[in-house]
Design a protein around this ligand. Sequence first.
Ligand code: F0G
Length: 394
Amino acid sequence: MQGYLKCLSCNSEFPLQQDLITCPKCGGLLEIIVHPPKDFSFKNLRGKGVWRYRELIAGEYKKIITLNEGNTPLIRSNHNENAYFKFEGANPTGSFKDRGMTVAISSAVTLNYKVVVAASTGNTAASAAAYASRAGLKSYIVLPKGKVALGKLAQSILYGTTILEVDGSFDVAMSSVMRLYKELKIVYPLNSFNPWRLEGQKTIAFEIAEEIGVPDNIIVPVGNAGNIYAIWKGFKELQGIGVIDKIPRMIGVQAEGAAPIAKAIEKGSDTPEFVNNPETVATAIRIGKPVNWQKAMKAIKDSKGTAISVSDNEILNAQRQLARNEGVGTEPASAAAYAGYLKLLSENKLDKNEKTVMILTGHALKDPDAMVKAEAKRILVNPEYIDKIILSDL
Ligand code: F0G
């Protein structure tokens, strides 16, 4: 596919070279600008999942490392026919990260890297570990000690990656990986500052557009701020070749204790107010210095979207409502999207008749501790009395 790379900081342009990850001139974030084939049509596609959209994914791949990620359910709400949940928990390792990981790991293999590395709040770690195993690569993951949900840590152990724990938040882990990549050159970074990973994540937009057309709003939980940009990019590219005629408003949701982007938007500022000690129950998005903030701001502004913050209580309530009213189990960070939706509805900033898709980024099983904190109907019984209990409860 035709295209080029452009630095978001110094505006330098480079040919579409797969080994470029950050700007070789200033170290800034690179955007992959592509010109997809003008004759593209969903009707001609074959296969399912991320690689169904191979024609629209930048890069050449000598071997594709895949676990058949993508093709996740788009579930219509029981309570509002205009609200949909894109259930990314149905990916092979239980989060949307798999969409980016199949592309990033395939790229690492194509470029002959033998070692991969990622900083993570947990989901990137689980996904990186799984895809590295599949590719036969050595992997290292850098985690904020004590702040990773049990399911994600357990997955990382099972897939056999080397876990490096740092005292400090994800932001500390992230900057160590950035330094490692820039100084050591022999490790391939799997974090979302790597723009090739986002090429996989943009397929969320393709799947939604193919299934229901263009919604009015997309609501995404925001942490390191790569995904909101990736989804916007997907819609934007479809619009560029005339497959769709408009793009949805991109609405980011952050947790109150980790809301650098939402706070900036609320104040009408273009630059985030970084948070030194981010805190939230939604550990996946416990991030104070989002690496991709420039990209997120671009997506939000261009789409006339917004970013808001929600409290931990609102997140946990939304998580339980999703599970108990809709039958959809997500981890707290993902429930932040639903909490944001409920908040925007209650403040009359969004109409229930607008077609809205919430991106439920990770599975409930990722964070068992969050689940068992919900008020439970749990009774110790003598087996002989079970019938009496049920009859008295009806
Ligand atoms: N939801 C979940 C479940 C996540 O794991 C993440 C990010 C996000 C939302 C936010 O996406 O960073 O693109 O804005 N998790 C990363 C990780 C940081 O390490 O797993 P983003």
